[in-house]
Each structure stands twice: as structure tokens, then as C-alpha cells.
Write a protein that binds this ligand. Structure first.
Ligand SMILES: Cc1cc2nc3c(=O)[nH]c(=O)nc-3n(C[C@H](O)[C@H](O)[C@H](O)COP(=O)(O)OP(=O)(O)OC[C@H]3O[C@@H](n4cnc5c(N)ncnc54)[C@H](O)[C@@H]3O)c2cc1C
Length: 440
């Protein structure tokens, strides 16, 4: 059995951040990673000379973001693309009504004002809602207090449902009202034209990362940990476990003795979502110029309601849409060709039958990936944001969980993953260390 000071399970951003800080503090660290690559849910595909981030794309607000600081220090170019937070109007969007007509500026303004009015009302309603209220419950209650006609109410209800799908990968009737993070976007949102995976590559520099090591068991006691992988058993004083919630829920990853009751409760309130990307590349542009994206309101947009113009990142004619929540569940067994045909039918409804077939397409399959089992975790009714952080409480002084789902302030994100890795490293060392040590 190989022995080191600390074993980190998972070479995603959380694991790499923890390992880098621990190695810099003088620990002997080994990172065990199941896949044949690092980065986890930060995964850049460069097939055919195109750069496609199949996992995370955005920093949802660069002000105060540790990922933005790291990216600057690592020399990663960033491009402003402030549409990642499903805002109604922060940047120009081409909105189409249910009949396929484009909304004028006055109608878009009215719609955005209505959305904001409801958001303001929701704050107090969520605070007073029962513990097991869903997001759909609180939205319905907030809407019932507005003096709007049925059409206005329906558009704002629809906005909240689609935002829940795109931000959390679940319809609002399945999402806990108290489990929402505040989702404020501080500063511009940016994306990485050379690929988000450069972040993982930089974090991993000089680390001992063992790829293709699938961990199946974590055994812990007061004297240390033993980690069983398909390529042998490793021993250490302590371990940082960063596998996604979907893996922690599975039968093929065991922790013995089992986690304390508080951890098991918090884990039971988290589920992996259903959220996939569809990127379509075309020989020519057929959509509106001067907009960041396209949105379809009404029933016609039930699945494919939002397209984002990737021409802002690269000199190409490309659109990104999401199968988010119910659409991802329903199309999970479809072929790529069937999914692409379904999205094209919607684009042709708006832009006409002259919309060409794409020259290439990328369809992700995070739901079927055994090392993620979904895209990121969301909270069931009955949970509160702080439940995330319960998972990060050190276990027996030797076991530390980290990863996006353990960071209550900004879960489901790359910054959340990075900061959770920083916290785990501090807990292992038993002292504070500067997060800036990651990139200075
Ligand atoms: C489609 C999609 C879009 C997203 N969009 C954004 C976005 O725009 N902005 C944003 O901030 N975030 C986004 N996210 C979320 C973000 O990618 C994640 O929150 C973050 O990357 C999670 O990092 P992590 O280190 O916690 O987990 P991971 O990156 O999942 O790392 C965990 C690692 O553990 C490994 N592992 C799993 N099982 C085992 C095992 N049995 N043995 C050994 N290793 C194992 C995995 O292979 C993986 O490398 C998106 C995610 C997806 C999938």
C-alpha cells in the first residue's frame, strides 16, 4: 500500500485547488482521478478545431471572483458574455412571442420590469414560507398578489420556471424555495475563448495526479484513511473527497464507517440535476444581429426557449441552447440527431425553413456520465442553503468533503468548487491560508 500525507479524490477544480494548497504547504499529496483527464465538470472539447466547453462556461460575475483572479494570473483570456444568469434584459436579447413575432423594446422593458417586481416580492414571501415550500409555491403566491392580467402573470411564471431549469437544471415545482442561493451577478459575466480547462491545467501543475484510478471505498478511523481504487489501495493521514453528490449517492462508492447523521441528512437533501448543452455550428448566420441571444416565450418554447450567440467568443456562426430540467430528462434516450432535429424545428419556426442544417453539433450527456451522474446538485424542498456547508464539516479529524455541493454561498459553480477546496485545505492544515496562494 502506498502512503502519503493526504489523498485527494477527484481532479476537478475543488480537488486540484485543495491539492495545490496542501502541496504548497509541504504535504505529500496524491490526487486519484477516475477519468483519463483532469478538470471534472470543467471540460473543454477541441474536436475539429472548435473550442467547446462541454461543462462550465461562465464566471457568473467577475467582481470579487477568485476564479477571475486566478484566470488573470494564469493569463487566460476572458470575453464578456453577460447572459449566463438568465437575466431578462441585462444585454440585448431577441424575444419572440408565442406567435413567433419579435417583441419591441417597450414590450421587453415591461416584461423585465414585471420580472423584477416579482423578484422583489419573492424575498419576503420566501422568508415567511413553510420549510417544505417549493419554488413554484412561492412564485404562485407572489403572482397572486400582483394586479396583472392572466397573460402578464403567465409570462412571469414561465420566466421563473425557465430560469429554474436553466440555473438549477430542475423545474421550479421540484426545487426547494429555501435552498436557492441568491444568484446575484456581481459585475460582468465572462467566458473563456481558449477553454475553461486551462484553469484546471494551471492548478494541476507539479501535482501528482493519478489518472484512471476509480475509487470504490474510503475507510477511515482516528488514525487515518485507506482509499481503495481499481489500481490499488492508498493510505494517508487524511483524505479530501471531492466526488460529485451523484457519486456519493451511488452504491459503488462506499464510505466506512458511514458519514455522521448530519452529513447523511444534508446529502439526502441534494440531488444531481438534468442539464445538457447543445451547440450548433452553421455555415452562415441567419439570426438577429446585435443580440447576445434569442428567447422564445410561450408554449412553443417549452424545451428550446433560449439560444446564446457563441459568435461573441469565436469567429464562427454558432448557437448554444440547453436541455434543462424536463427537456433533459425527456431527451436523455434520444440520439444526438433527434435532439438536433428537435432544436432545429424550433429555430425554423422562428426564422423560417431556410434555416440550414448545422455543419456540426455537440450534445452533452452528463446524466449518463458515471463520474458525475448529472451536471450539478440542487436542493430538495425542506433544505436551506447552509445544509451544503454541513457536508464540509471534518469527519473524525481525517475526512474532508469538498466540491461545489459543499459550498453554500455559491453552490453549483466553479468558484464554489474552488473555495470549497481552499476550505478543505485549511481544515487539513488546521490553520488559515490565503486563497491567493492558488495563483501567486
Ligand atoms: C453542463 C454544465 C454547465 C455548467 N456551467 C457552469 C457555468 O457556466 N459556470 C459555473 O461556475 N459552473 C458551471 N457548472 C458547474 C461546474 O462545472 C461545477 O460546479 C464544478 O466544475 C464542480 O467542480 P468539483 O471539483 O466540485 O467537481 P468535479 O469537477 O465533478 O470533480 C470531481 C472529480 O471526481 C472524479 N471522480 C468521480 N468519481 C470518482 C471515483 N469513483 N474515483 C475517483 N475519481 C472520481 C470526477 O471524474 C471528477 O474529475 C456547469 C456544469 C455543467 C456540467
Amino acid at each position: 500500500m502506498q502512503s502519503v500525507d493526504t489523498i485527494v479524490v477527484g481532479a476537478g477544480v475543488a480537488g486540484l485547488a485543495a491539492a495545490r494548497l496542501l502541496a504548497r504547504a509541504g504535504r505529500r499529496v496524491v490526487v486519484l482521478e477516475a477519468r483519463y483527464r483532469i478538470g471534472g465538470r470543467v471540460f473543454t472539447d477541441r474536436t475539429g478545431g472548435h473550442v467547446t466547453d462541454r461543462g462550465a462556461s461562465w464566471i457568473h460575475g467577475i467582481t470579487g471572483s477568485p476564479v477571475a483572479s486566478a484566470a488573470r494570473a494564469f493569463g487566460m483570456p476572458m470575453v464578456e458574455f453577460t447572459v449566463g444568469g438568465y437575466q431578462p434584459d441585462s444585454r440585448p436579447l431577441a424575444y419572440f412571442d408565442a406567435a413567433g413575432h419579435r417583441l419591441d423594446a417597450v414590450a421587453v422593458q415591461q416584461y423585465a420590469d414585471d420580472v423584477r417586481a416579482l423578484n422583489r416580492a419573492l424575498v419576503g414571501i420566501i422568508a415567511g414560507a413553510p420549510a417544505d415550500a417549493t419554488y413554484a409555491d412561492v412564485v404562485a403566491r407572489a403572482l397572486s398578489m400582483q394586479d396583472w392580467d392572466a397573460e402578464r402573470k403567465e409570462r412571469v411564471r414561465e420566466y421563473n420556471d425557465r430560469r429554474a431549469q436553466e440555473q438549477y437544471g430542475i423545474g421550479m415545482d421540484g426545487l426547494g424555495a429555501h435552498g436557492l442561493d441568491d444568484d446575484t451577478v456581481d459585475g460582468d459575466e465572462v467566458v473563456f475563448p481558449r477553454g475553461y480547462d486551462e484553469l484546471a491545467q494551471h492548478l494541476a501543475e507539479e501535482l501528482d495526479v493519478r489518472l484512471a484510478h476509480v475509487v470504490s471505498a474510503v475507510r477511515w478511523s482516528a488514525s487515518g484513511v485507506e482509499i481503495e481504487s481499481d489500481r490499488g489501495t492508498f493510505g494517508a493521514r487524511e483524505a479530501v473527497i471531492t466526488v460529485p453528490v451523484g457519486v456519493l449517492h451511488g452504491d459503488d462508492f462506499v464510505i466506512e464507517p458511514s458519514l455522521p447523521a448530519a452529513h447523511r441528512r444534508a446529502l439526502g437533501l441534494l440531488r444531481m440535476n438534468a442539464f445538457e448543452k447543445v451547440v450548433l455550428r452553421f455555415a452562415e448566420r441567419f439570426w438577429d444581429a446585435g443580440v447576445y441571444g434569442i428567447r422564445q416565450l410561450g408554449d412553443e418554447g417549452e424545451w428550446w426557449h433560449s439560444w446564446y450567440d457563441l459568435g461573441r467568443l469565436h469567429d464562427e456562426h454558432a448557437l448554444l441552447t440547453f436541455a434543462a430540467g424536463p427537456a433533459a430528462v425527456a431527451t436523455r434516450t434520444w440520439s444526438d440527431a433527434e435532439i438536433v432535429a428537435s432544436t432545429l424545428a424550433q429555430l425554423r419556426r422562428i426564422y423560417g425553413d431556410t434555416v440550414p442544417d448545422p455543419t456540426s453539433a455537440v450534445v452533452t450527456r452528463w446524466q449518463d456520465d458515471p463520474f458525475s451522474r448529472g451536471s450539478y446538485a440542487y436542493m430538495l424542498p425542506g433544505s436551506v442553503g447552509a445544509d451544503h456547508d454541513v457536508l464540509a464539516e471534518p469527519v473524525g479529524g481525517v475526512l474532508h468533503l469538498a466540491g461545489e455541493a459543499t459550498w453554500g454561498d455559491d453552490p453549483a459553480t466553479v468558484p464554489g468548487a474552488m473555495l470549497s477546496g481552499h476550505r478543505a485545505a485549511q481544515n487539513v492544515l488546521g490553520r488559515e491560508i490565503a486563497v491567493t496562494d492558488l495563483w501567486t
